[in-house]
Design a protein around this ligand. Sequence first.
Ligand code: P6P
Length: 336
Amino acid sequence: MPADFNLTYLDSNMQRLRTFLDNHCDNPDLVAVIDGLMVACKDIAYKVQLGGLAGVLGSAEQINVQGESQKKLDVIANDLIKQALRIMPQVKGLASEEESDAVACNPEGEFLVLFDPLDGSSNIDVNVTVGTIFSVLQSEPGADPTYEATYLQCGREQVAAGYVLYGPSTILVLTVGKGVYTFTLDPRVGEFYLQREKVRVPATTKEFAINMSNQRFWLPEMKNYVNDLLLGEQGPLGKRYNMRWIASMVAEIHRILTRGGIFMYPYDSREPQKPGKLRLMYEGNPMSMLIEQAGGKASTAYENIQEVEPTSIHQRVSVVMGSAEEVDNVIRYHKK
Ligand code: P6P
């Protein structure tokens, strides 16, 4: 252990999340929403860390609106976030992957919070990283928070986006439109501390993430692109790539924000009526805002994800995001 490694005391000038938000974010009501949301996320982190000891693993024995079987922690995380948001006067309404309809909170509120309470939860029983993804929109004055239309704003309208990663460390990654910042939770004191400022995604990469088992169901353009990735130096892309697939978008995007890469969940013909697996409003849009704020790109392969006009809260979208030059390669293959 390096001599200066000191577990006992925090460096006194480490910046707590609330201090950062007060200095960085122009809207104190948005600060309150983010700070309050983190109360729920710290509780989720605690329950994820306890796992089996808290009896929170395994199936909840129920199916959600997505038609997916819910894990106990999906339900617990959803309930914790709902409880936190509903008591905030700044929050007018919420929409969740685990809620079939939008939930009205406080009529005087300004903000709408859309979230995936526990992304990657199929991994929770095998102790692999999961996370909470959130997107914050502003509500038109007088807009009814029980109406789906109130939430159907394109990604460009987001005023904040982020995720909390429940991994070896619990890390908040956040943007309020002025760059991407990361904060690590010190569980000893229950505080998030600023770690990285103005995160940048490298423009190029040799690492791609896609579920190869769906290859036969992709469009020809995606098949051609991935085939060329696999040709390595001998192929038209001219370099040897490596592959990762964690089956937890939040973990894949964190890797890309940390060292670059490209993450893809493209359209596939397994369920032709669905344009993709991932959800636009609380996965595609918030992750796209983070990636673009860090200098990367986020596309459906045909258009910028944050320009997709939403038609329903739970609509799905094809996702290609990460290092800008690699996303450009995918777009080029889809123009041919
Ligand atoms: P597959 C998790 O269920 C998720 O929504 C994303 O976090 C992840 O990238 C993807 O689905 C994994 O999908 O088909 O590999 O299980």
